[in-house]
Design a binder for this molecule. Structure first.
Ligand code: PA5
Length: 424
C-alpha cells in the first residue's frame, strides 16, 4: 500500500502534529472515550484461534452442501463482507463454490419476496449476523428465511444449515440459537459493528465465498505493525487524520471517496459508514460521500470541479489490475481514437485519474491517494485497518467518542412508535 500526500498536505500541518500524536496516544493507551470498544486494535494477533479453525471447518461444510449462503445483517454486520466480496469477485463468470446473497440490510418486501422465490429450488445455508441480536432489519429477514429453510429441509436439517454470529451470551438471537442448536460464532464485546469485519462477522461468510482468511488476517497483522507506529512523518494514518482535522477547521465539510474501479464501490460504502458513524455527532463531522469514476465525472464531476469549495477527495487506487486489455489500431479511425492504439485500458484509466486529480487540485479540491498494490485479501485488510486507525485518531482530535453511534437509535424510536411497538 502506498500513500500520496503531495496534492493534499496543506502548509500549516505542523501545528497539528502534537494534537494528532496526543490523540494517537489516547487511542493506543486506551484512555479515551469509548475505550471499551478497542478490541479491534489488537485483534490481528489477539483473536480466538479455536474459533478461527471452527470458521474454516464450517465454511467447508457450507461449501459442500450449499450453492448459496444468505448473509443476513446490516451496517457493520453487512458492509465489510459486501466490500470484500464485491472487490474480489470477477465482474462476470462469477462461479464460486458458494455465492453470498444478502438479506436484512433493508426492509423491502419486494426484495424478500423475490429472494424467497429464488431460493426455493436452490441448496442454501443462512448466516444470521447481529451483534445486538435485536436489530429490526435482520430480525425480520431471519423470520422469513428461517421459516423458508425449515419448510424446505425440515426443522432438524435446517438447524444444521443456520449459523448465528452474535453476542457470546445475550440477545434474542443468542437465546434462539441456543434453543434451536444452531452453530454460533461470537462478535467480541469490545469490537463495535463497523470495526467487526476482522471477527467471525466477516470471516465466516468470506471463508465460505472462497476467500483466504489467513491472508486477510496477515493483512491486518501487517497493518497493525505499520499503522500503530508513533511517528507523525512515517505513519500515514496519523498524518491523514491530522490533515482531515486541519481541512475540517478550514471549512472542508465533505470528503469524497473516489475510485476508478467499479468493484471498489462497496469499499467506499464501508468507508462512508466508518466515518459517518464514528464522527458525525455532537453537531460536527466531515460528511463522507463517494464517487465511482469515470462514471461520476459525467454527473457530480461538474459539482466537484466548480461547486462550493467545501470538499476534498481521497482516492483509492489500484496499481496492478488482475486483467487488462489493449486498444487496437483501426484502419478507418472514424472515431479518432487511433492515438490510443497500443495503450492498455488500465493506462487510459490511470491517465483519466491523473488528469482529474490535476483538474480538481487546480479547482481547489485537495486530493489524497491510497494505492493498493492489487485487489487481494491482504491489501483490503490493510486498507480497513489504516482507515480504522485514522478515523479513531481524528475522532479524538475532534473531541468526540469515535466508537458509539447514538444517532442511529433516533429513527428506530420514531419507526417503532409508528408501528405500534409496545413501550414506544
Ligand atoms: O457500526 C455499528 O455498530 C452499526 O452499524 C451496527 O453494525 C448495525 O446497526 C447492526 O447492528 P447489529 O449487529 O447489532 O445488528
Amino acid at each position: 500500500m502506498k500513500f500520496d500526500f503531495k496534492n493534499f498536505n496543506p502548509d500549516s500541518l505542523n501545528d497539528y502534529e502534537q494534537k494528532a500524536l496526543d490523540a494517537f496516544d489516547t487511542l493506543t493507551k486506551k484512555v479515551g472515550k469509548g475505550n471499551d470498544f478497542l478490541g479491534w486494535i489488537d485483534a490481528p494477533y489477539n483473536y480466538d484461534k479455536e474459533e478461527f479453525e471452527k470458521i474454516k471447518r464450517c465454511a467447508k461444510k457450507i461449501q459442500s452442501d450449499s450453492k448459496y449462503l444468505v448473509s443476513i445483517g446490516i451496517g457493520g454486520s453487512y458492509l465489510g463482507i459486501k466490500a470484500v466480496d464485491s472487490a474480489m469477485q470477477p465482474y462476470f463468470n462469477f462461479n464460486p463454490k458458494t455465492k453470498l446473497i444478502y438479506a436484512g440490510n433493508q426492509i423491502s418486501g419486494e426484495y424478500m419476496n423475490e429472494l424467497l422465490e429464488f431460493l426455493k429450488d436452490k441448496d442454501y445455508s443462512i448466516n444470521v449476523i447481529s451483534k445486538s441480536g435485536t436489530t429490526t432489519e435482520p430480525s425480520i429477514a431471519f423470520r422469513f428465511l428461517r421459516e423458508a429453510i425449515e419448510e424446505k429441509y425440515g426443522k432438524e436439517e435446517a438447524s444444521k444449515r443456520i449459523y448465528a454470529t452474535t453476542d457470546k451470551e445475550k440477545g434474542a438471537l443468542k437465546t434462539l440459537a441456543d434453543k434451536e442448536g444452531y452453530e454460533t460464532f461470537v462478535v467480541p464485546d469490545d469490537i463495535g459493528g463497523r470495526f467487526s469485519v476482522i471477527s467471525a462477522v466477516g470471516l465466516l461468510p468470506l471463508a465460505v465465498a472462497g476467500f483466504d482468511i489467513d491472508e486477510f488476517m496477515n493483512g491486518f497483522k501487517e497493518a497493525h505493525d505499520e499503522f500503530l507506529k508513533r511517528d507523525f512523518k512515517e505513519n500515514p494514518a496519523i498524518r491523514y487524520a491530522a490533515t482531515r482535522n486541519l481541512l475540517y477547521n478550514q471549512g472542508k465539510k465533505m470528503e469524497i471517496f473516489v475510485s476508478y474501479e467499479p468493484k471498489l464501490k462497496y469499499i467506499s460504502e464501508w468507508l462512508k459508514q466508518l466515518f459517518a458513524e464514528s464522527q458525525g455527532k455532537d453537531g460536527i463531522g466531515i460528511f463522507p460521500l463517494s464517487v465511482n469514476n469515470t462514471t461520476d465525472l459525467h454527473s457530480v464531476g461538474q459539482m466537484i470541479q466548480e461547486g462550493e469549495r467545501n470538499i476534498f477527495e481521497t482516492v483509492i487506487d489500484v496499481e496492478n489490475p488482475i486483467k487488462d486489455i489493449e486498444v487496437k489500431e483501426d484502419s478507418e479511425n472514424l472515431d479518432g481514437l487511433n492515438f490510443l492504439s497500443g495503450k492498455k485500458m488500465s493506462y487510459i484509466n490511470k491517465k483519466a485519474m491523473e488528469g482529474t486529480t490535476i483538474a480538481h487540485v487546480d479547482g481547489g479540491v485537495l486530493n489524497f491517494k491510497v494505492t493498493l498494490d492489487r485487489i487481494n485479501e491482504k491489501e483490503i485488510a490493510k486498507l480497513f485497518y489504516f482507515f480504522e486507525v485514522a478515523v479513531s485518531v481524528d475522532g479524538y482530535m475532534l473531541g468526540i467518542n469515535p466508537f458509539d453511534q447514538p444517532g442511529v437509535e433516533k429513527y428506530k424510536t420514531q419507526m417503532y412508535k409508528l408501528l405500534g411497538k409496545p413501550g414506544y
